[in-house]
Ligand binder design. Structure first.
Ligand code: TYD
Ligand code: MG
Length: 451
């Protein structure tokens, strides 16, 4: 009889312990240990066997780079570094409802003429059919398979020999090699390891979908990141239509690429001109709005920062921020208090990044400051101005990376002026069709903007 034992596993990093512990000694997270019944059975039910391998000379190893499979979904091909690498294991993570199944199905439909095995443990074939009818592409060689047993899935995949195997989602799959329930940490990890072995042995690329919850509590993707070759992450706010797909890990390419999508009634559509989407097209100049020239990955785009400053009603003024780090906002407000003489301590400050985006690019600082000041003074900033600069604690405007790309993008979109740090290294960009205004300090910026 198989021996069973109870272990406690960290849902964040997968470390185990014989006792429950409050704080994981491995990753430092609190309250992540969950109980798992772990039964290791001896029998190997997976049909493929290990072939003994031998060391090879590096010069004799053929690069699979040349054999990349072009999926036809331009953004995905680009993010992957030029198509799917045979035998790669890709994890596609994101919060529930963000559009993972939709994008995976679009990928399956786009690969027309190639066999695709789409395994769903979540939706019925009929549901998937209904969904595919809404998408504009179709693929007659796409197989839908409603199954959760990994052994059955691999057996069918061996018969069909698809160009890509899609698993939706890893949390619903279970393998009989261990006997804990589907979705548990050990099941998820074991299934992923078997899928990796399968991908490497057959050369079939495997795409696994994994849910992540906001608090990261669910068993899954975090511990898979070590196992897989590529981690694609789908981000966005369910209340908005924009989604950002980025590679957070890529063994075959850069992690600087990202794709922007919008969720429409007929699936996800690639957005080629993101800058124009995140700037609201209002005609009159309104106070409290400034536009930042930001970069995410390698993509420059212009983002509107909106601010509202009003008199505080309560003793403690309110600070609220959407899409921008609240601590950073507090820091910037402290800098304004000290350097620009604004008594923001008696004001409520609200900040919002348009389009439901989250921005971590420090170059947005100058735009945030300008928006706050503009709302406080109730003086609009011309829509023809944009900003790219970080703010330091002493109120200096600090240089930012990729300044050329930012200037070019702003010029291309018809802005008149871009405010940058005077410390930004000048790189020759020919004759930019935009005025460059250099500032060194917050005081200087205030003077230039509001006189
Ligand atoms: P889904 O792909 O099921 O999300 P996930 O697999 O990440 O959980 O997408 C869910 C949402 O997408 C759903 O709320 C409806 C919306 N949607 C559209 O807006 N247009 C479409 O064409 C499709 C298929 C879905
Ligand atoms: Mg889904």
């Amino acid at each position: 009889m198989a021996k069973s034992k109870t272990v406690y596993m960290c849902a964040n990093c997968g470390a185990d312990s014989s006792k429950w512990i409050g704080r994981c000694p491995s990753c430092g997270e609190w309250n992540t240990y969950v109980e798992e019944i772990f039964v290791k059975t001896k029998k190997e039910t997976v049909s493929f066997t290990d072939t003994p391998s031998r060391p090879e000379l590096i010069s004799e190893i053929t690069s699979s780079n040349k054999r990349r499979i072009i999926t036809g979904l331009k953004e995905i091909d680009r993010i992957l570094g030029g198509g799917l690498v045979p035998g790669s294991l890709i994890l596609f993570g994101g919060e529930p409802g963000i559009g993972k199944s939709t994008l995976a199905l679009q990928l399956a439909m786009k690969m027309d003429g190639n066999k695709v095995l789409y395994v769903s443990g979540e939706e019925s074939g009929e549901q998937i059919r209904l969904r595919s009818d809404r998408l504009k592409d179709s693929n007659d060689s796409c197989y839908i398979y409603n199954e959760t047993s990994l052994e059955n899935i691999l057996n069918q995949s061996e018969k069909i020999k698809p160009a890509i195997l899609i698993i939706d989602s890893i949390q619903t799959i279970n393998t009989s090699t261990i006997e804990s329930s589907a979705g548990s940490i050990s099941q998820v990890r074991e299934s992923a390891v078997l899928l990796l072995k399968y991908a490497k042995q057959t050369g079939i690329p495997v795409l696994i979908i994994g849910h992540i919850t906001k608090d990261g509590n669910l068993a899954g993707p975090k511990i898979l990141e070590h196992i897989v070759d590529v981690v694609l992450q789908f981000e966005g706010d369910n209340n908005y239509i924009y989604r950002i797909l980025r590679a957070v890990k890529n063994r075959f390419g850069s992690t600087n690429e990202l794709g922007i999508y919008e969720m429409l009634s007929n699936g996800l559509r690639e957005v080629s001109n993101p800058s124009e989407m995140f700037i609201n097209q209002h005609n009159e100049d309104l106070s409290g709005i400034a536009i930042a020239a930001t970069i995410d990955g390698n993509r420059p785009f212009m983002i509107e920062t909106q601010s509202l400053v009003s008199s505080a009603v309560y003793g403690t003024p309110q600070r609220s921020s959407t899409g921008f780090d609240i601590k950073r906002l507090n820091m910037l407000l402290a800098v304004l208090e000290k350097r620009a003489g604004f008594r923001l301590g008696i004001k409520d400050v609200f900040l919002n990044i348009a389009g439901g985006l989250k921005v971590t690019d420090p170059a947005i600082d100058m735009s945030v400051i300008s928006a706050v000041l503009s709302s406080n003074l109730d003086i609009p900033i011309s829509k023809k101005l944009c900003f790219a600069g970080e703010t330091g604690l002493s109120g200096e405007i600090r240089p930012v990376s990729h300044i050329n790309q930012r200037i070019k993008e702003a010029g291309k979109l018809g802005f008149d002026k871009i405010f940058i740090s005077k410390y930004n290294r000048k790189v020759d960009i020919g004759k930019p069709n935009i005025d460059i205004v250099e500032t060194g300090k917050v005081e200087d910026l205030v003077k230039k903007l509001f006189g």
